[in-house]
Design a protein around this ligand. Structure first.
Ligand code: NAP
Ligand code: ZN
Length: 340
């Protein structure tokens, strides 16, 4: 079979490799689609630790082609999505239910072979069924949606809440939709590109703002802003210093800030502890997808979360090399690799 191999930092090639053999507890999945996410670019550039040589791709779904002898609940021909993050189940964090903080976490597509390939080996405990009638590309959104769901759970959004989402990439556009589903009646999304602001409005944002043309803190939380005094919840989904700085000032007193975006490890920035104290802000990090993959799959399967509009284009395995190497094109939200 063919697979996209990260052989070392900066060295990414499509190679002919052996088709994986499922172990007793594994499914062999024929990949229908695998999302290219920022993490894949970070792996390529060596900005995120991995274990090359490895087949990358952690946002995949496909059809079960074979099952191991101890697999129950799945059969050949089922459509499944894979949760790539494998917790050990034994460390103190796992024992406390914080599987995303497992100290022995192994990720499919980062530490072991992933979904940018014709086939991927998927442990049955990481597999979740999808309906046969679902579009073959849609299952690739379960993993990012599961990460957004964890952020939304932590945000604790109440009916009628106001929410600001910073960043109009896949994470922001999924988070925005989840905020509406959670009961927010005001959802404001900030992103620089006009095409993404339009998409955000199509997907349910009640307003969008352009951070490159105005001071969004004033435009949103200022006295004559969209939500004077600030929003109940601010969700940072861009992972850049500018949005990290905007997040706390956009929240109202007693409000919550959730950080989903990833900044490079070691990068520092200024905060104002007095503001967090005096206005009792809750600032919460949200990492990965603990126990949210099943719910994400159901939200996509039911159509409650719209993902079709997030697909900018599909590429083959060969096309994926350039798509990962080059920066995102204007207006691009998600590029999916379709190996077949
Ligand atoms: P992405 O496609 O790069 O989206 C980020 C978006 O932020 C960009 O599309 C960009 O759109 C926008 N942006 C950049 N600068 C901005 C600014 N100053 N103000 C407002 N928006 C700005 O990435 P993604 O896949 O959506 O992921 C977003 C972040 O979440 C990344 O840091 C990713 O690593 C992280 N992530 C975290 C988890 C987790 O578990 N916590 C899981 C997955 C991903 P414009 O060009 O339109 O501004
Ligand atoms: Zn990802």
């Amino acid at each position: 079979m063919r697979a996209l191999r990260l052989e070392s930092v900066g060295k990414l090639f499509v190679r002919q490799v052996d088709k994986p053999v499922p172990g007793a507890d594994d499914l062999l999945v024929r990949v229908e689609a695998c999302g290219i996410c920022g993490t894949d670019r970070h792996l390529f550039l060596g900005e995120f630790p991995s274990k090359p040589p490895v087949t990358i791709g952690h946002e995949f779904s496909g059809i079960v082609e074979a099952i191991g002898s101890d697999v129950s609940g799945f059969k050949v021909g089922d459509r499944v999505t894979g949760d790539p993050n494998i917790a050990c189940g034994r460390c103190p964090q796992c024992a406390a239910g914080r599987v995303n903080l497992c100290r022995n976490l192994v990720a499919i597509g980062i530490h072991r072979d992933g979904g940018m390939a014709d086939y991927v080996r998927l442990p049955q405990k990481q597999a979740f069924a999808l309906p046969a009638g679902l579009g073959p590309l849609h299952g690739a959104f379960c993993e990012p949606l599961a990460c957004c769901l964890h952020g939304i759970d932590l945000a604790d959004i109440r009916d009628g809440a106001s929410v600001v989402v910073l960043g109009g990439g896949v994470i922001g556009l999924l988070t925005e939709q989840l905020a509406r589903l959670a009961g927010a009646t005001t959802v404001i999304l900030s992103t620089r590109q006009e095409a993404k602001r339009q998409l955000a409005e199509t997907l349910g944002a009640t307003a969008t703002v352009d951070p490159s043309s105005s001071d969004i803190v004033d435009a949103i939380s200022g006295p004559s802003g969209l939500v004077p005094g600030g929003a109940d919840v601010v969700i940072e989904c861009a992972g850049v210093p500018e949005t990290m700085r905007q997040a706390a000032p956009l929240a109202k007193a007693g409000g919550t800030v959730v950080i989903l975006g990833v900044m490079p490890q070691g990068m520092k920035m200024e905060i104002e502890p007095f503001d967090i104290l005096f206005r009792e802000l809750k600032v919460i990090g949200s990492f990965l997808n603990p126990f949210t993959h099943r719910r994400a799959a159901d939200l996509i399967a039911s159509g409650a979360i719209r993902v079709a509009d997030l697909i900018t284009r599909t590429v083959t395995l060969d096309g994926a090399v350039d798509a990962i190497r080059e920066p995102a094109m204007p207006g691009e939200v998600r590029v999916l690799v379709v190996p077949g």
